[in-house]
Ligand binder design. Structure first.
Ligand SMILES: NC(=O)CC[C@H](N)C(=O)O
Length: 238
């Protein structure tokens, strides 16, 4: 059913090309916030133009980028990330990165938006997917760990903010014991902002953008969705 909008509503788009967009929709529907949220499944530039913020789901970043190109959405999405809050989960996080390694021959189309380099499939193949409890101080009820679901997830290789970029805030790290064994995934020494291994970063915020290399939409825990809407979206509107 088409939702009606009024000027006090906040329209959150979910890029609905491929992947776990329906799961994000379910999570957003469950949130109880002061502002009314209108959810827009984004498939065209007209859909995107209605949105105050956007979630890019997990799935297959190459497929999402290809379908977005075919829909004439790549340009509008690149403009959108320059102005409005965007949260990328897993494949969405890859698209939101400034640079990605481990991509197909010929590279991969990205939207940019966050000053970070990631390695696609950095933890290994599907069989190396894993789950881990995460400490996330910024969430409601911070003593309760967040269940991190990592499925062929990207690894953060380096943070590369320029002096004029919004500051980066590390929202969650995993323990170094969980890092991928692959010798090819080495942290780059470009990251001089933090002496710790950037590969341990699994949730990162930069200004109004959020990146999670795992899938909060595949849990029953709405705290990351609440965090994005409250901290990245509503605070940037008020
Ligand atoms: N679960 C996921 O979103 C996997 C991401 C996938 N490996 C990609 O490159 O797009």
């Amino acid at each position: 059913m088409q939702q009606t909008e009024n000027s006090l509503d906040v329209a959150i788009g979910i890029l609905a090309m491929q992947g776990a967009f329906a799961e994000h929709q379910v999570m957003l529907q469950k949130l109880s916030l002061k502002r009314h949220i209108v959810i827009v499944l984004v498939r065209t530039s007209e859909d995107l133009a209605r949105c105050d913020a956007l979630i890019i789901p997990g799935g297959e970043s190459t497929t999402i980028a290809l379908l977005a190109r075919l829909a004439g959405l790549l340009g509008p999405l690149r403009e959108f990330v320059k102005k409005k809050p965007v949260w990328g989960t897993c494949a969405g996080a890859i698209l939101l990165a400034q640079a990605a390694e481990g991509t197909k021959k010929g590279g991969q189309e990205l939207l940019g938006g966050m000053s970070v380099t990631v390695c696609r499939n950095g933890w290994g193949s599907q069989v190396e997917s894993f789950e881990a409890p995460l400490e996330v101080e910024s969430l409601r009820d911070p003593d309760r760990p967040f269940h991190g679901v990592f499925i062929r997830a990207p690894v953060v290789l380096s943070l590369n903010p320029s002096p004029t970029d919004p500051p980066m805030q590390i929202i969650s790290r995993i323990s170094t014991s969980l890092l991928p064994h692959s010798q090819t995934i080495v942290p780059s020494d470009e990251d001089d902002t933090d002496p710790r291994d950037p590969r341990t970063i699994v949730a990162l915020r930069q200004g109004r953008h959020l990146l999670t290399s795992f899938h909060p939409e595949l849990t029953k825990d709405d705290r990351f969705h609440e965090y994005f809407v409250r901290e990245c979206v509503l605070s940037s509107l008020s």
